[in-house]
Ligand binder design. Structure first.
Ligand code: NAD
Ligand code: TDX
Length: 332
């Protein structure tokens, strides 16, 4: 394998993967990204020109996708509309990109016999009760709650059907909540860090008891590369780092690290249909492909992430006011 096409490579996790691949392999990467509000070319700075090129375009553009897919050995598909709150207010782009965009890519991969890796989320499994030992596994039934997660579930099912019916050379991974540098300020952790920097009190949806299973984006990238290298065609792998925390604890941790009283936050309107708890059992990936997370100290990861947002205000500042204005309209 020599050449990769990475869709959504200007987004949070896709750009992390691009840097990881450039730093740890000899592979050449072409990024295809539409540069929606969530894409940022500055996340791809300092990449060597001989290892990387950028194509501005839509994964739903069949002609473009066909040409690009024909010229690579594998496609790693990150591009998506990714924010649950947006999907509740304007679902249409989620269907266009997550469903039709994925369909367009797998049709091209099938035509050219190209290896395909589909990036997905643990949200396709719905949610779990609080305070139970239960975790999602590769055999948990699909039960998505939001427009976002239902379109991700739909895209996973398309990939599975293309494997079975057409012999698509594909693997799928479903990962838990990522955090780290370069995450859009609409998402929970960067929103609260940048709020505190701006002197705004963090905003917790509802009681703040909802649990997310946090993984550093660097660990997500190493897991995806391992699956691309050693994963068995047709298989699904869950990616997680045993990082369960409730939202209230995370906000308190951020406030404490930033020198504010731990209770200096506000409760705001809850998200409709808000999933209660996510938790991943990543045993299959660890046992069968020998992967282990290396950034599982959440407290150290949060400290580094806070430092990054303090040091890189020029990266996030252009999005901040517009993002908060949108939340304000929603009472959040
Ligand atoms: P993001 O919103 O930060 O980035 C998405 C990227 O896709 C952006 O660069 C955007 O410009 C691009 N894009 C959107 N529509 C496009 C289109 N039609 N054509 C081409 N490019 C398009 O998202 P993220 O958080 O980096 O998530 C990346 C992937 O990982 C998604 O598939 C998401 O479902 C999945 N995922 C995310 C998380 C998480 O915690 N963020 C967890 C598990 C899985
Ligand atoms: O201001 C906030 N206050 C708050 O309490 C925001 C933005 C969020 N929340 C809560 C909602 C969730 O319980 O924090 C938790 C995390 O919220 P998000 O960052 O919006 O993430 P989530 O909805 O869990 O989905 C994320 O993880 C799975 C990604 O956005 C998805 O793309 C991924 O599939």
């Amino acid at each position: 394998m020599q050449k990769l096409l990475v869709t959504g490579g200007a987004g949070f996790i896709g750009s992390n993967f691009v840097h990881h691949v450039v730093n740890t392999t000899e592979l050449h990467i072409t990024v295809l990204d539409k540069l929606t509000y969530a894409g940022n070319l500055a996340s791809l700075n300092h990449l060597p020109a001989e290892r990387f090129n950028f194509v501005h375009g839509d994964i739903g553009d069949a002609g473009l996708v066909d040409r690009l897919t024909a010229s690579v050995d594998a496609v790693v598909h990150y591009a998506a509309e990714s924010h649950n709150d947006n999907s509740l207010h304007d679902p249409r782009p989620f269907l266009d990109t997550n469903i039709i965009g994925t369909f367009t890519l797998i049709e091209a991969a099938r035509k050219h016999g190209t290896r395909f890796h589909h990036i997905s989320t643990d949200e396709v499994y719905g949610d779990l009760e609080l305070d139970t030992p239960e975790r999602f596994t590769e055999t948990t039934p699909y039960n998505p709650s939001s427009p976002y997660s239902s379109t991700k579930a739909g895209s996973d099912l398309l990939v599975r059907a293309w494997v079975r019916s057409f012999g698509l050379q594909a693997t799928i991974s479903n990962c838990s909540n990522n955090y780290g540098p370069y995450q859009h300020v609409e998402k929970f952790i960067p929103r609260q860090i940048t709020n505190v920097i701006d002197g705004i009190r963090p905003k917790l949806y509802g009681a703040g008891e909802n649990v997310r299973d946090w993984i550093h984006a660097n660990d997500h990238s190493s897991a995806v590369l391992r699956i691309l290298d050693k994963g068995v065609i047709g298989e699904t792998y869950l990616i997680g780092a045993d990082g369960e925390k409730n939202n209230k604890d995370v906000v308190e941790q951020i406030l404490t690290h930033m020198g504010r009283p731990a209770d200096a936050y506000d409760h705001v309107t809850d998200r409709p249909g808000h999933d209660l708890r996510y938790a991943i059992d990543s045993g299959k990936l660890r046992r069968e492909l020998g992967w282990t997370p290396k950034f599982s100290n959440f407290d150290a990861g949060i400290e580094d992430t806070i430092a990054w947002y303090r040091d890189n205000e020029e990266w996030w500042r252009p999005q901040k006011a517009e993002t908060e204005a949108k939340y304000q309209v929603q009472g959040q």
